[in-house]
Design a binder for this molecule. Structure first.
Ligand SMILES: C[S@@+](CC[C@H](N)C(=O)[O-])C[C@H]1O[C@@H](n2cnc3c(N)ncnc32)[C@H](O)[C@@H]1O
Length: 271
């Protein structure tokens, strides 16, 4: 069952790799990205550019490209979609001529990271809801935990169940809402077509991962605390954009407001 879902995820991402980056442009995405990097900066700042780091479900390089630009010398990217990794490679060479020396790409299913030894990395990142593409996210998280060394970091960004209600309704599949909110079980749609199963994370799902691995939470961030609808018509250069951005950064960690966000970003440190 899980393997079939992975095949569906792979097929979709293979088919959209060339247009993937252009899908995430508008005001919501710009503010989402600014909030992401504002807080991810806290982890990256304590790493050394010589530290080995891994981008799990790397896609076209949302995290890997940033790390390469910052001078990291040992960046590993894992993704099941060869086409997404191909785009990542092209993006990387477009940014850094020596990308080939500093970036290693692995086309594989992230449920099994057994090609990497225990404690191989200083940090593992899994941004862009890659972890939501599986109901067996606990297995993937266990693998990420295994390959990160003590005192290292695990960062994930996933779909937040409560904050996803509007998104579920927007797809025009209101019948999905009850199950999505009760169990987190949902589906990715392209237009009207159901493509693969998706997991929407509750606070309890995330806290179970933390307690199961006895981790220390260093950051929990809601992305973003303003609803998508509130940003419709807000132009990136406008004063309203600046105000919205400030608000989203300041209240991203508010214990109540963050759980209304579409996405939640969790960073943990391994003791
Ligand atoms: C929504 S994209 C996010 C990509 C990137 N992390 C970002 O933030 O833009 C999800 C990525 O996870 C990858 N992915 C999903 N399930 C996977 C699996 N089982 N093994 C490896 N990669 C997977 C997909 O191929 C896709 O590239």
């Amino acid at each position: 069952m899980a393997t079939r879902n992975v095949r569906k995820v792979c097929a979709l991402h293979d088919s959209i790799a060339s247009v993937y980056d252009s899908r995430y442009e508008g005001t919501f995405c710009q503010i989402h990205d600014a909030v992401t990097w504002h807080y991810l900066q806290e982890v990256i700042a304590v790493l050394d550019v010589r530290d080995a780091v891994i981008d799990v479900g790397a896609g076209t390089g949302y995290v890997s490209l940033d790390l390469l630009q910052r001078g990291f010398r040992d960046v590993t990217a894992v993704d099941v979609s060869e086409a997404m990794l191909g785009k990542l490679r092209r993006n990387a060479y477009g940014l850094c001529a020596d990308a080939g020396d500093r970036l290693s790409l692995h086309a594989r299913d992230f449920h099994d990271l057994s090609n990497f030894g225990d404690c191989s990395f200083a940090a593992a990142f899994c941004q862009g809801s890659a972890l939501a593409c599986t109901h067996d996210y606990a297995q993937v998280y266990t693998e990420m935990h295994r390959i990160v060394r003590p005192s290292g970091y695990i960062n994930i960004s996933v779909d937040n169940r409560l904050g996803s209600a509007a998104k579920v309704l927007r797809t025009g599949k209101p019948a999905d809402l009850e199950q999505a909110l009760a169990t987190g079980s949902w589906h990715w749609y392209e237009g009207d077509r159901r493509m693969y199963d998706l997991h929407l994370f509750s606070e309890g799902d995330l806290m179970s991962l933390v307690s199961e691995h006895a981790l220390e939470i260093t950051r929990l961030v809601g992305k973003i605390v303003l609803p998508r609808e509130a940003l419709a018509g807000v132009e990136p250069q406008s004063p309203a954009f600046g105000v919205a951005l400030q608000h989203c950064i300041r209240y991203a960690t508010h214990p109540c407001l963050m759980w209304s966000s579409e996405y939640v970003d969790l960073t943990c440190r391994i003791p």
